[in-house]
Write a protein that binds this ligand. Structure first.
Ligand code: NAP
Length: 302
């Protein structure tokens, strides 16, 4: 029997992921806090639900993709939340990036009602969500992952079981340490290239396919050269992820020097009201320090 799917959170990521479930032929119910954002999905064949509880009552599997830890707690455990409607045996898959520890607490509360949970945060950006090529890191029971596999395969390409409840979120934070390190290296490198007086596009072409290549450089480098700050992933959400990394690192007693520095650089951009720009706008924090901008002709003479 094909499972009935409910999807909560139709933002930059959720929208593309929900479309791919529809395309794969799943019966899909949707709920979004700002109801009008569900219109596009309803036109494509999804059924709008009035509340997360109503959506859960009519779904076998409920997927959540909202912003932050308190938001997941609200839509899953809050008044009119998923827990109020889900039947025993249902499965909740949280694809947001949130606290690993709170994930374990949510899984325990759902478990008390006989409802299963997987944490399945994603990587691959808005492009990966739209194309169905996300990397998905999954925590929870192997049997529930096997059950979820057909729908995860409609949204992602690399699906990895990394451990029990909360482990998916821990691995997502590992991912974010790598992401922001790449973003900082890209920013420094482009400023250096500009100061060195070389053509930025040629510098990009020369290095992006070699050992220095990265998803960040290939996808966000061209946006920086065009000074296009539209978000695939906003600075506010990036900063939220770094807050989660720093809190977990503090608990574990592990040093995360570069991540702490980059978190502070993002903070300066939030203080300048740039939180809704893409995370590649990190370069703007370095431009202030350097005294010139990439892509402009005011770099110091090489
Ligand atoms: P987004 O475009 O800002 O969308 C956020 C979604 O969460 C919207 O549907 C929003 O509803 C909903 N939401 C926020 N707070 C809520 C609350 N208290 N109650 C109910 N709904 C709430 O964010 P996104 O980029 O899609 O990111 C979603 C999640 O995926 C985040 O955890 C993010 O860290 C993670 N992620 C994002 C990317 C990326 O590249 N964008 C990549 C990997 C992982 P409204 O429409 O009403 O605001």
């Amino acid at each position: 029997m094909t499972e009935r799917i409910g999807f909560i959170g139709l933002g930059i990521m959720g929208r593309g992921m929900a479309h791919n479930l529809l395309k794969a032929g799943f019966e899909l119910r949707v709920w979004n806090r700002t109801a009008s954002r569900a219109d596009e999905l309803v036109q494509a064949g999804a059924i709008a639900a009035a509340t997360p509880a109503e959506l859960a009552a009519q779904s076998d599997v409920v997927i959540v993709c909202v912003s932050d830890t308190p938001d997941v707690v609200g839509v899953v455990l809050g008044e009119q939340g998923v827990i109020g409607g889900a039947q025993s045996g249902a499965l909740v898959i949280d694809m947001s990036t949130i606290s690993p520890q709170v994930t374990q607490e949510i899984a325990a509360k759902l478990g008390d009602k006989g409802v299963h949970m997987l944490d399945a945060p994603v990587s691959g950006g808005s492009e990966g969500a739209a194309r169905g090529t996300l990397s998905i890191m999954v925590g929870g029971d192997a049997a529930q992952l096997e059950r979820a596999m057909p729908l995860l395969q409609a949204m992602g390409k690399t699906i990895t079981h990394v451990g029990g409840h909360g482990s998916g979120q821990t691995v997502k934070l590992v991912n974010q340490i790598l992401v922001v390190g790449n973003a900082l290296a890209m920013s420094e490198a482009l400023l250096f290239a500009q100061a060195g007086g070389v053509d930025l596009q040629r510098a990009f072409d020369a290095v992006s396919q070699g050992a220095a290549g990265s998803w960040m450089l290939s996808n966000r480098g061209p946006q920086i050269l065009a000074r296009d700050w539209r978000p695939g992933f906003t600075i506010d959400l990036q900063q939220k992820d770094l807050r989660l990394v720093l809190a977990a690192a503090d608990q574990m007693g592990v040093p995360v020097l570069a991540t702490g520095l980059i978190s502070n650089l993002y903070r300066t951009l939030q203080a300048r009201d740039l939180g809704s720009e893409g995370n590649h706008a990190l370069i703007k924090a370095l431009e202030v320090l350097a005294g010139f901008e990439v892509g402009q002709s005011n770099a110091p003479d090489a």
